[in-house]
Every structure is written in structure tokens, then in C-alpha cells.
Design a protein around this ligand. Structure first.
Ligand code: AMP
Length: 216
């Protein structure tokens, strides 16, 4: 099964993708994570995208499509992919369709996560992640454990994303509404779109997604 998690920054795509990896053995393909890894390891491409990401703009289609293609071809997987943060433009959506066709796969569902902007600002400015395993924490809803150790891997190195600040978030939201939200109509027209309420507790949202996947 291959699915897309679609929603604005802070909608909880990464958190839900991690649960699907854990519970269904699916493979998460997050272009945001791939770009951050390229930036951290100082590759030419990483240097090129660093400023774009810090501003909250979208990286060019050719770069992210190239990353997804590379991962799709190298992943040896039978349980399916979760596209997290990709596609983000109509061009990327077309490219994904072509790419899946070429590797003999199909898209089974697009899960659109329904949230509102106030909740996004609150979630993003309170967010931190474990520097070792990527577990996501939130100062209000899921604080870092009192012993200062990640509940998943025990590491004690937590990070806040440099683009999780109000200026960059404003730009990321604008980019979402301008360039990514048209994908809702695109996938609706193809009959692939499923809305899931994204504002509840993590497990409630996970149940909403599970209901969609179990009824495909
Ligand atoms: P994310 O972790 O998905 O919030 O992505 C962080 C940043 O990486 C975004 O604000 C963009 O600058 C860039 N990015 C991630 N995925 C894409 C994509 N599919 N297309 C263009 N830029 C992307």
C-alpha cells in the first residue's frame, strides 16, 4: 500500500508517519528529512537548499523529485511507502504518478489532515525532536520526559528545527496555501482523497487514518 500524507506544516504528518512505520512496517519517505540530512552533511545540494529552507520557501521540484526517485529505487520494500511532505506542488504530483508507474507501483490513498492555522502555530512553536531517533515532542501536549531522556531511544539530545519560528512558519503556510493546497482538488478528482480530522489526540488521529487504510 502506498499513501500520501497531505497537510500544512505542523499538521502531524511526521508523527503519524512514524506510527505507521512502527505499526504496519511501512517505509516513510520524508523529503524534509532528506533535505535536512543533505544540509547537515554539507553536500553541494544541502548548501544550495539551506537558505531556501530557512526562509520557509519550497525547494525546486527537480531536487525533491530526484531525492524521491533515488529512495524509491533503492528501497527494497513490500509493505508500501508513506510519502510525507511530498508532493507539495502539482508538478511533483504528476512526477510521482509517473515514477510510481515506472517502478510498477500505484498510489492507494491520499490522507488529507484537517487542521486549523491557530493550532499549527501553537504546535510548531512548541515542537522539538530527539536528535537521535527523531521522536517528536511538544512542550504542551507531549513534553520531554522529566528525566530528560527520549522515551523511545533514551538519548538526551533534543533539537528544535531552525525553521520552526514565526517568520518562517508564516512563509511555509503561504507556500502551502499557494502551491500545495491545489493538490486537494487534484487528488479529489482522481478519487484518491480521504479527509481525516487532524486536531485530536495523536491516537485519535491515528485511528482515523487506520479506518481509511483498513477500508481501502
Ligand atoms: P518539512 O520537514 O516537510 O516541513 O520540510 C521542511 C522544508 O523542506 C520545507 O519548508 C521546504 O523548504 C523543504 N521541502 C520539504 N519537502 C519539500 C517538497 N516536497 N518540495 C519542496 N520543498 C520541500
Amino acid at each position: 500500500m502506498n499513501i500520501i500524507l497531505l497537510g500544512p506544516p505542523g499538521a502531524g504528518k511526521g508523527t503519524q508517519a512514524r506510527l505507521l512505520v512502527e505499526r504496519r512496517g511501512m517505509v516513510q519517505l520524508s523529503t524534509g528529512d532528506m533535505l535536512r540530512a543533505a544540509k547537515d552533511s554539507g553536500t553541494e545540494m544541502g548548501k544550495k537548499v539551506a537558505d531556501v529552507m530557512a526562509r520557509g520557501d519550497l525547494v525546486t521540484d527537480d531536487i525533491v523529485i530526484g531525492l524521491i526517485e533515488e529512495h524509491l529505487r533503492s528501497a527494497d520494500d513490500d509493505t508500501g511507502f508513506i510519502f510525507d511532505g511530498f508532493p507539495r506542488t502539482l508538478g511533483q504530483a504528476d512526477a510521482l504518478g509517473d515514477l510510481l508507474g515506472r517502478v510498477g507501483r500505484r498510489l492507494d490513498a491520499v490522507i488529507a489532515m484537517e487542521v486549523n492555522d491557530e493550532a499549527l502555530v501553537e504546535r510548531i512553536t512548541a515542537r522539538s525532536t530527539c536528535g537521535n531517533c527523531g521522536e517528536v515532542y511538544n512542550d504542551i501536549t507531549k513534553p520531554i520526559p522529566e528525566d530528560g531522556k527520549c522515551s523511545v531511544c533514551g538519548a538526551s539530545d533534543f533539537k528544535r528545527r531552525s525553521d520552526d519560528n514565526e517568520d518562517s512558519l508564516k512563509q511555509r503556510l503561504l507556500e502551502y496555501y499557494k502551491k500545495t493546497s491545489p493538490l486537494i482538488g487534484y487528488y479529489h478528482a482522481k478519487g484518491d482523497l480521504h479527509w481525516v480530522p487532524g486536531l485530536g489526540e495523536i491516537e485519535e488521529v491515528a485511528s482515523g487514518i487506520a479506518r481509511v487504510l483498513d477500508n481501502l
